[in-house]
Design a protein around this ligand. Structure first.
Ligand SMILES: [Fe+2]
Ligand SMILES: [Fe+2]
Length: 169
């Protein structure tokens, strides 16, 4: 691995941990406001982002390099509404997609083929995550301030299965 790619992957590890903390802060806001289903969904997403960071952490170690975790900024914890929480989540995912694309481009330029192979998983994952969050944002826009529909949507989000739970789908 070249120093440039190593540095960029180390930065991405911090970005994935940052996303994990950001989702955790969002979960805290939702649960404080008694959207317990959304809180569960966001806690699980936080754990997924932790998994992404660890995936890159393990990749750096497998390539026999030193992992460096840089400082992360404090995540946003105040929101005006639940729809704002998920709009922020979508913006965050779009930002991460752009980071992964830039990282892939760098690995390509530097001819670090192992990193390109590793990053392909992340490119596919970002497509899925953006799609999922975009659909949730659209649903919140549909229900607007209708309390009964909001509660239904919150219940639906709470049905998210964690890794290793249920039928394993
Ligand atoms: Fe991620
Ligand atoms: Fe993500």
């Amino acid at each position: 691995m070249t120093p440039k790619v190593l540095e960029a992957i180390n930065r991405q590890i911090a970005a994935e941990f940052g996303a994990s903390f950001s989702y955790l802060a969002m979960a805290g806001w939702c649960e404080h406001h008694k959207f317990m289903g959304a809180g569960r969904w966001l806690r699980l997403q936080s754990a997924e982002e932790h998994g992404h960071a660890m995936r890159l952490f393990d990749f750096v170690l497998a390539r026999n390099h030193v992992v460096r975790i840089s400082a992360m900024s404090e995540p946003k914890a105040e929101f005006a509404s639940i729809v704002e929480v998920f709009e922020k989540a979508l913006a965050q995912e779009q930002e991460v997609s752009a980071q992964i694309d830039a990282l892939y481009e760098l690995a390509f330029e530097e001819k670090v083929f192992a990193a390109m192979a590793e990053l392909q998983w992340f490119i596919t994952e970002q497509v899925e995550e953006e799609k999922t969050v975009r659909e949730i944002v659209a649903k919140f826009h549909m229900v607007k301030d209708d309390a009964a529909s909001l509660l239904d949507l919150d219940r639906e989000l709470g049905g998210r299965q964690g890794a290793g739970e249920g039928s394993g789908t």
